[in-house]
Design a protein around this ligand. Sequence first.
Ligand code: TYD
Length: 205
Amino acid sequence: MPEVRGRFITLEGGDGAGKTTQSLRLAQALSAAGFPVLRTREPGGSPGAERIRRLLLDGAGFDPVAEAMLHFAARREHVVSTVWPALEAGITVICDRFVDSTLAYQGAGQGLERAVWEQLRKVTLGNFAPDLTLVMDVPASIGHARAVQRGLADRYEGLEPAFHERVRAAFLAIAAAEPARCVVIDAAQHPDAVFAAMWQAVAPR
Ligand code: TYD
Protein backbone atom coordinates (compact mmCIF):
# COMPACT_ATOMS: atom_id res chain seq x y z
CA MET A 1 0.00 0.00 0.00
CA PRO A 2 1.38 3.42 -0.93
CA GLU A 3 1.68 6.42 1.33
CA VAL A 4 -1.80 7.88 1.43
CA ARG A 5 -2.24 11.67 1.61
CA GLY A 6 -5.80 12.30 0.35
CA ARG A 7 -8.96 11.31 2.20
CA PHE A 8 -10.96 8.28 1.17
CA ILE A 9 -14.75 8.65 1.52
CA THR A 10 -17.13 5.81 0.67
CA LEU A 11 -20.88 5.92 0.14
CA GLU A 12 -22.74 2.75 1.01
CA GLY A 13 -26.36 1.67 1.16
CA GLY A 14 -29.04 -0.28 -0.62
CA ASP A 15 -30.17 0.18 -4.19
CA GLY A 16 -32.06 3.41 -4.88
CA ALA A 17 -30.57 5.24 -1.87
CA GLY A 18 -29.49 8.13 -4.09
CA LYS A 19 -25.75 7.50 -3.78
CA THR A 20 -24.88 8.49 -7.32
CA THR A 21 -26.64 11.88 -7.20
CA GLN A 22 -25.32 12.68 -3.75
CA SER A 23 -21.74 11.63 -4.52
CA LEU A 24 -21.78 14.05 -7.45
CA ARG A 25 -23.02 16.83 -5.16
CA LEU A 26 -20.41 16.02 -2.55
CA ALA A 27 -17.67 16.08 -5.18
CA GLN A 28 -18.85 19.48 -6.41
CA ALA A 29 -18.97 20.89 -2.88
CA LEU A 30 -15.50 19.62 -2.02
CA SER A 31 -14.08 20.98 -5.29
CA ALA A 32 -15.68 24.34 -4.56
CA ALA A 33 -14.01 24.25 -1.13
CA GLY A 34 -10.64 23.85 -2.88
CA PHE A 35 -10.06 20.09 -2.59
CA PRO A 36 -9.06 18.12 -5.68
CA VAL A 37 -11.59 15.28 -5.94
CA LEU A 38 -11.93 12.02 -7.81
CA ARG A 39 -15.32 10.28 -8.01
CA THR A 40 -15.33 6.58 -8.64
CA ARG A 41 -17.50 3.50 -8.05
CA GLU A 42 -17.57 -0.24 -7.45
CA PRO A 43 -17.82 -2.72 -8.94
CA GLY A 44 -15.71 -0.96 -11.56
CA GLY A 45 -13.72 2.25 -11.54
CA SER A 46 -10.79 1.03 -13.64
CA PRO A 47 -10.64 -0.73 -17.03
CA GLY A 48 -10.00 -4.21 -15.58
CA ALA A 49 -12.60 -3.78 -12.85
CA GLU A 50 -15.20 -2.57 -15.36
CA ARG A 51 -14.70 -5.84 -17.30
CA ILE A 52 -15.37 -7.81 -14.12
CA ARG A 53 -18.40 -5.59 -13.40
CA ARG A 54 -20.02 -6.77 -16.61
CA LEU A 55 -19.60 -10.40 -15.52
CA LEU A 56 -21.17 -9.60 -12.15
CA LEU A 57 -24.15 -7.55 -13.26
CA ASP A 58 -25.14 -9.26 -16.49
CA GLY A 59 -25.46 -13.02 -16.34
CA ALA A 60 -26.95 -15.46 -13.92
CA GLY A 61 -24.77 -15.00 -10.88
CA PHE A 62 -22.28 -17.25 -9.14
CA ASP A 63 -21.78 -19.29 -6.01
CA PRO A 64 -21.50 -16.74 -3.13
CA VAL A 65 -17.78 -17.35 -2.52
CA ALA A 66 -16.99 -17.10 -6.23
CA GLU A 67 -19.12 -13.97 -6.47
CA ALA A 68 -17.35 -12.37 -3.51
CA MET A 69 -13.98 -13.25 -5.06
CA LEU A 70 -15.00 -11.52 -8.28
CA HIS A 71 -16.02 -8.40 -6.33
CA PHE A 72 -12.67 -8.46 -4.53
CA ALA A 73 -10.79 -9.07 -7.78
CA ALA A 74 -12.49 -6.01 -9.25
CA ARG A 75 -11.73 -4.10 -6.03
CA ARG A 76 -8.04 -4.99 -6.17
CA GLU A 77 -7.80 -3.74 -9.76
CA HIS A 78 -9.67 -0.59 -8.78
CA VAL A 79 -7.62 0.32 -5.69
CA VAL A 80 -4.27 -0.43 -7.33
CA SER A 81 -4.87 1.44 -10.55
CA THR A 82 -7.28 4.21 -9.50
CA VAL A 83 -7.76 4.78 -5.76
CA TRP A 84 -4.24 4.47 -4.36
CA PRO A 85 -2.55 6.60 -7.04
CA ALA A 86 -5.12 9.37 -6.44
CA LEU A 87 -4.74 9.24 -2.65
CA GLU A 88 -0.98 9.25 -3.05
CA ALA A 89 -1.30 12.42 -5.13
CA GLY A 90 -3.28 14.08 -2.31
CA ILE A 91 -6.64 13.81 -4.07
CA THR A 92 -9.84 13.21 -2.07
CA VAL A 93 -11.48 10.06 -3.42
CA ILE A 94 -15.26 9.58 -3.21
CA CYS A 95 -16.25 6.01 -3.96
CA ASP A 96 -19.80 4.82 -4.60
CA ARG A 97 -19.78 1.42 -2.78
CA PHE A 98 -16.75 -0.37 -1.36
CA VAL A 99 -15.89 -3.32 0.88
CA ASP A 100 -18.98 -2.93 3.11
CA SER A 101 -21.17 -3.69 0.09
CA THR A 102 -19.61 -7.13 -0.18
CA LEU A 103 -20.35 -7.84 3.49
CA ALA A 104 -23.94 -6.62 3.09
CA TYR A 105 -24.81 -8.13 -0.32
CA GLN A 106 -22.74 -11.33 -0.43
CA GLY A 107 -22.66 -11.80 3.36
CA ALA A 108 -26.09 -10.87 4.69
CA GLY A 109 -27.76 -11.14 1.28
CA GLN A 110 -26.24 -14.31 -0.13
CA GLY A 111 -24.95 -16.11 2.96
CA LEU A 112 -21.19 -15.66 2.55
CA GLU A 113 -19.41 -16.36 5.86
CA ARG A 114 -17.95 -13.32 7.54
CA ALA A 115 -14.62 -15.12 8.06
CA VAL A 116 -14.28 -15.60 4.29
CA TRP A 117 -15.03 -11.92 3.72
CA GLU A 118 -12.36 -11.03 6.33
CA GLN A 119 -9.77 -13.18 4.57
CA LEU A 120 -10.53 -11.76 1.15
CA ARG A 121 -10.45 -8.24 2.52
CA LYS A 122 -7.05 -8.83 4.12
CA VAL A 123 -5.55 -10.25 0.92
CA THR A 124 -7.04 -7.50 -1.23
CA LEU A 125 -6.54 -4.42 0.94
CA GLY A 126 -4.28 -5.21 3.89
CA ASN A 127 -5.15 -2.60 6.52
CA PHE A 128 -6.46 -0.05 4.03
CA ALA A 129 -9.93 1.28 4.95
CA PRO A 130 -12.03 4.37 4.27
CA ASP A 131 -11.50 7.47 6.42
CA LEU A 132 -15.25 8.05 6.37
CA THR A 133 -18.20 5.93 5.24
CA LEU A 134 -21.59 7.52 4.70
CA VAL A 135 -24.26 4.85 5.05
CA MET A 136 -27.20 6.05 2.99
CA ASP A 137 -30.16 4.45 4.72
CA VAL A 138 -33.54 4.08 3.10
CA PRO A 139 -36.31 1.50 3.71
CA ALA A 140 -35.83 -1.31 1.19
CA SER A 141 -39.31 -0.76 -0.29
CA ILE A 142 -38.57 2.91 -1.06
CA GLY A 143 -35.14 2.10 -2.49
CA HIS A 144 -36.62 -0.60 -4.68
CA ALA A 145 -39.39 1.68 -5.96
CA ARG A 146 -36.77 4.32 -6.85
CA ALA A 147 -34.58 1.76 -8.64
CA VAL A 148 -37.55 0.47 -10.67
CA GLN A 149 -38.64 4.02 -11.54
CA ARG A 150 -35.12 4.71 -12.77
CA GLY A 151 -35.58 1.71 -15.06
CA LEU A 152 -32.09 0.37 -14.43
CA ALA A 153 -32.84 -2.76 -12.41
CA ASP A 154 -29.69 -4.91 -12.53
CA ARG A 155 -29.34 -8.45 -11.30
CA TYR A 156 -29.23 -7.52 -7.61
CA GLU A 157 -32.04 -5.02 -7.87
CA GLY A 158 -34.28 -7.81 -9.19
CA LEU A 159 -33.83 -9.96 -6.04
CA GLU A 160 -36.68 -10.45 -3.55
CA PRO A 161 -37.63 -7.83 -0.89
CA ALA A 162 -36.32 -9.99 1.98
CA PHE A 163 -32.84 -9.87 0.38
CA HIS A 164 -32.89 -6.08 0.37
CA GLU A 165 -34.14 -5.96 3.97
CA ARG A 166 -31.17 -8.12 5.03
CA VAL A 167 -28.81 -5.84 3.11
CA ARG A 168 -30.23 -2.76 4.82
CA ALA A 169 -29.94 -4.34 8.28
CA ALA A 170 -26.34 -5.35 7.52
CA PHE A 171 -25.33 -1.80 6.60
CA LEU A 172 -26.88 -0.49 9.83
CA ALA A 173 -25.05 -3.17 11.83
CA ILE A 174 -21.73 -2.22 10.18
CA ALA A 175 -22.34 1.44 11.06
CA ALA A 176 -23.21 0.56 14.66
CA ALA A 177 -20.07 -1.56 15.01
CA GLU A 178 -17.75 1.13 13.60
CA PRO A 179 -19.07 4.51 14.75
CA ALA A 180 -15.70 6.26 14.28
CA ARG A 181 -15.71 5.46 10.56
CA CYS A 182 -19.40 5.36 9.69
CA VAL A 183 -22.18 7.94 9.74
CA VAL A 184 -25.74 6.87 8.94
CA ILE A 185 -27.60 9.33 6.72
CA ASP A 186 -31.40 9.24 6.48
CA ALA A 187 -31.68 9.01 2.71
CA ALA A 188 -35.47 8.97 2.64
CA GLN A 189 -35.52 12.75 3.22
CA HIS A 190 -35.61 15.46 0.55
CA PRO A 191 -32.31 15.39 -1.43
CA ASP A 192 -31.32 18.80 -0.03
CA ALA A 193 -31.74 17.55 3.53
CA VAL A 194 -29.79 14.39 2.68
CA PHE A 195 -26.92 16.47 1.35
CA ALA A 196 -26.98 18.77 4.38
CA ALA A 197 -26.61 15.74 6.66
CA MET A 198 -23.71 14.43 4.56
CA TRP A 199 -21.93 17.76 4.62
CA GLN A 200 -22.29 17.92 8.38
CA ALA A 201 -20.42 14.62 8.57
CA VAL A 202 -17.75 15.54 6.02
CA ALA A 203 -16.94 19.16 6.88
CA PRO A 204 -15.39 18.61 10.35
CA ARG A 205 -13.11 15.94 8.88
P1 TYD B 1 -24.80 -0.30 -9.43
O1 TYD B 1 -25.56 -0.14 -10.69
O2 TYD B 1 -23.50 0.38 -9.30
O3 TYD B 1 -25.76 -0.04 -8.22
P2 TYD B 1 -26.06 1.25 -7.39
O4 TYD B 1 -26.29 2.35 -8.39
O5 TYD B 1 -27.30 0.88 -6.64
O6 TYD B 1 -24.87 1.45 -6.51
O7 TYD B 1 -24.66 -1.86 -9.24
C1 TYD B 1 -23.93 -2.40 -8.26
C2 TYD B 1 -24.67 -3.60 -7.74
O8 TYD B 1 -23.69 -4.53 -7.27
C3 TYD B 1 -25.54 -3.24 -6.56
O9 TYD B 1 -26.83 -3.83 -6.71
C4 TYD B 1 -24.84 -3.85 -5.38
C5 TYD B 1 -23.98 -4.93 -5.96
N1 TYD B 1 -22.70 -5.13 -5.24
C6 TYD B 1 -22.50 -6.31 -4.54
O10 TYD B 1 -23.37 -7.18 -4.52
N2 TYD B 1 -21.31 -6.51 -3.89
C7 TYD B 1 -20.30 -5.57 -3.90
O11 TYD B 1 -19.23 -5.79 -3.29
C8 TYD B 1 -20.53 -4.36 -4.62
C9 TYD B 1 -19.46 -3.32 -4.68
C10 TYD B 1 -21.74 -4.18 -5.28
